[in-house]
Design a protein around this ligand. Structure first.
Ligand code: UT7
Length: 315
């Protein structure tokens, strides 16, 4: 497959670190040096599926395709207003796509997991054009009284259109499954039969553990994929890494020994938008005209689960 269009859409509300410090015991002096984040986009009046639909429409326009040309829509999402139907179906309705949709919930590496799945569909010859959309509103599941999580996240959506080609060079998925629930909620009254401890708790995260896992898993996935495809880090034009924390991104870059200009970043005014982060960054870089034909792009994501993955794509 090859990538022929990208799009992204963000909520209009931007919340700065100073805004947060008005109701939380935190400060820009704490958040920025530890995360690289100064502000994040947060959903207020928008619907996530409308942002996703806008991203898909922009990606289709760039690809020169219409909604009717799409054979499959893969949507990466952790949380939204809908339990069913899946968000892919809602987005298909909003954009006029009449294709099957599949929702995946892999957290932050969702874009890489999605590309891995889409590649298999192309290899089977069962699709000609596929939309990958990542739409996330992690701000819905953090406690806005917990300064150790809510300062990290932002919302947004982005999409990519793939068609037949030979630009996708491979992917590597990994996992270190951990049964700890990082978030749970109940929409309805418990059944009369539930006889175990279940509580509504907001997202909880072992920040330091995730930090270490992220650096180790990302380096391992990228190393494996480079070795398998016969490339070295010097062949990679850009590393599009999940925007979790600028210190995580810097630690990965330093260990790889790659100059900063090949590690684009937008975390400063986006925060961590889970699986949407890589795709939003890709679209922003694309629209700035950063990529040229033949550039090799290495993608890497890591997070919830814990799951991680890398993918290599020629521009
Ligand atoms: O997609 C993957 C998602 N997850 C991540 O990316 C998380 C990766 N981890 C991290 O980014 C970092 O671990 C954090 C930024 C979350 C935290 O940084 P840290 O240097 O690991 O801090 P810590 O959790 O060890 O906390 C140090 C102190 C604590 O105070 P005490 O107990 O030492 O008095 C925290 O209560 O910093 C305090 N703290 C804060 N203070 C002001 C935690 N959050 C804040 C805050 N403002 N927002």
């Amino acid at each position: 497959m090859k990538l022929i269009g990208t799009g992204s859409a963000l909520p209009t509300k931007q919340v700065t670190n100073d805004d947060l410090s008005r109701f939380l015991d935190t400060s820009d002096e704490w958040i920025y040096p530890r995360t690289g984040i100064r502000s994040r986009h947060v959903i207020t009046t928008e619907e996530l599926e409308d942002l996703a639909a806008r991203a898909v429409q922009d990606a289709l326009a760039m690809a020169g395709l219409s909604a009717g040309d799409i054979d499959l829509c893969i949507c990466s999402n952790v949380i939204n207003e809908w339990v069913t139907p899946g968000l892919s179906c809602v987005i298909a309705y909003k954009t006029g796509m009449h294709c099957p949709g599949i929702d995946i919930n892999c957290g932050c590496p969702g874009f890489v997991y999605g590309m891995d799945i889409i590649d298999k569909y192309f290899r089977c010859g069962s699709v000609k054009n596929v939309v990958m959309v990542a739409a996330e509103e992690p701000t819905r599941m953090t406690a806005w009284t917990d300064r150790s999580t809510c300062v990290l996240f932002g919302d947004g959506a982005a999409a990519a259109v793939f068609t037949e080609g030979d630009a996708f060079k491979g992917s590597k998925l990994s996992a270190k499954p951990d049964p700890t629930k990082i978030w749970e909620y109940h929409l309805m009254e418990p059944t009369p039969y539930i006889d175990k401890e279940e509580r509504d708790i907001p997202m909880q995260m072992k920040g330091r553990d995730v930090f270490k896992y992220a650096v180790t898993a990302c380096l391992s996935d990228i190393g494996d994929l480079l070795a398998r495809t016969g490339h070295t880090k010097d062949d990679i034009a850009y590393f599009i890494i999940h925007q979790a924390n600028q210190r995580i991104i810097d630690a990965i870059r330093e260990r790889l020994g790659v100059p900063q200009e090949r590690f684009p970043s937008n975390i400063i005014d986006h925060g961590n938008s889970s699986s949407a982060s890589c795709l939003i960054l890709l679209d922003e870089c694309n629209r700035k005209g950063m990529f040229k034909k033949g550039d090799l792009l290495m993608f890497s994501g890591f997070g919830a689960g814990l799951q991680s993955g890398a993918a290599l794509l020629e521009w």
